[in-house]
Design a protein around this ligand. Structure first.
Ligand SMILES: NC(=O)c1ccc[n+]([C@@H]2O[C@H](COP(=O)([O-])OP(=O)(O)OC[C@H]3O[C@@H](n4cnc5c(N)ncnc54)[C@H](OP(=O)(O)O)[C@@H]3O)[C@@H](O)[C@H]2O)c1
Length: 324
């Protein structure tokens, strides 16, 4: 058993972590930190946890836990670690973007390892600090990494990815307001989304002489999931590409290659990424679907925890989608 703390536990990724950790047989949940809800039952923010935990939010951390998950917005994780003292033995998994890029990935002289198990499993197993990837970044990297290994990203790559409203966090905004979001579609941050840098860094592992990555993020009319398409010019044959994708993910616990076109609901509420490869006339199209809060955030964080502590990689994560 390991002792675990969750910081920012009243938000969406925090809530998903608590749901997963409360069913994980190797984890004892020691504290759930909240700035604004100290003393209140955790189930007051997450009614779905009623009966699963009697814990109350805490306004203080327990500095000697084995692991803390940071579920804070961009910029707040680094600040939090500067203000709070944890034991040198305490491992950290940060869900924000504060430590994801190589130029900015160390804290107290210790590096954060980028937590994409499909790319860095061995480094994650040895790591004390993990920077959990972004949700769009996860879906898009898993679509593009095998293409980069093939060296075919020499021309421009077009990526269109639609996300559910939970991607924007628990605090309501104009574009997550039900009356606006429902029956509506819109794009945002065209070609400038903040996840582009971490995607590019990972792709550099496989191919450096690449064309441009043109990424258009879209707000979808649903609460969970990311449906991403990526396509580029390619003149080879379908079997070669499909076999290469299968080979690339042969050891991956949660990334599957589907023979059939994929849809979002087949992965929502799971830690899976399902990929489908389609060859049109001179164009290779890869579709990637994930749950933004699971494989895109808290599920991948638990996968990383399992790897760091030597638990089976899939422990607590064998979830079937509620596909209908
Ligand atoms: N949502 C997703 O799909 C997703 C996917 C991948 C990665 N992420 C990343 O994961 C992180 C958390 O996302 P989220 O969607 O869970 O956000 P969220 O729903 O907005 O929750 C963040 C929580 O952080 C706490 N908080 C806010 N400002 C703080 C501060 N200055 N210091 C300490 N605590 C603070 C708040 O809890 P209290 O008020 O109770 O303290 C809040 O509930 C973000 O960096 C996000 O980019 C999110």
């Amino acid at each position: 058993m390991i002792k675990v703390g969750v910081i920012g536990g009243s938000g969406y990724t925090g809530g998903e972590l608590l749901r997963l950790l409360s069913a994980h047989s190797q984890v004892e949940l020691s504290f759930v930190y909240s700035r604004t809800r100290a003393g209140k039952p955790v189930s007051s923010a997450h009614p779905d946890l009623l009966g699963l935990t009697d814990l109350r939010f805490s306004g203080e951390v327990q500095p000697d836990v084995d692991l803390v998950f940071l579920c804070l917005g961009h910029g707040n994780s680094r600040k939090f670690l500067e203000e709070q003292i944890f034991s040198p033995e305490t491992k950290i998994i940060d869900l924000s973007s504060d430590f994801r890029l190589k130029e900015d990935c160390s804290f107290n002289g210790q590096p954060f390892v980028y937590g994409l198990p499909e790319l860095y499993k061995e480094q994650i197993q040895q790591a004390s600090y993990i920077a959990n990837p972004g949700c769009f970044a996860t879906a898009i990297q898993l679509a593009l990494l095998p293409m980069a290994r093939m060296g075919i990203l020499t021309g421009d790559v077009h990526v269109n990815a639609t996300t559910g409203s939970t991607g924007a966090g628990v605090v309501p905004s104009e574009t997550t307001h039900f009356s606006w979001r429902n029956n509506n579609v819109s794009w945002y941050k065209a070609f400038t989304h903040q996840h582009l840098d971490e995607i590019e860094e990972s792709l550099d592992n496989e191919q450096t002489n690449r064309g441009d990555l043109l990424f258009l993020p879209v707000r979808g009319n649903f609460s969970r999931g990311i449906f991403a398409t990526a396509y580029t010019r390619y003149n080879g044959d379908q079997d070669t590409v499909v076999n290469l994708f299968k080979d690339y993910y042969r050891e991956a616990a949660f990334t599957q290659i589907s023979e059939h076109p994929v849809h979002l609901k087949q992965v929502v509420n799971t830690n899976q990424c399902h990929l489908h490869v389609h060859l049109g006339e001179g164009v290779l199209l890869v579709t990637s679907v994930i749950d933004n809060l699971l494989k895109g955030a808290s599920g991948q964080a638990v996968q990383n925890m399992n790897l760091m502590f030597g638990f089976p990689e899939t422990k607590g994560l064998n979830l079937k989608a509620s596909a209908f």
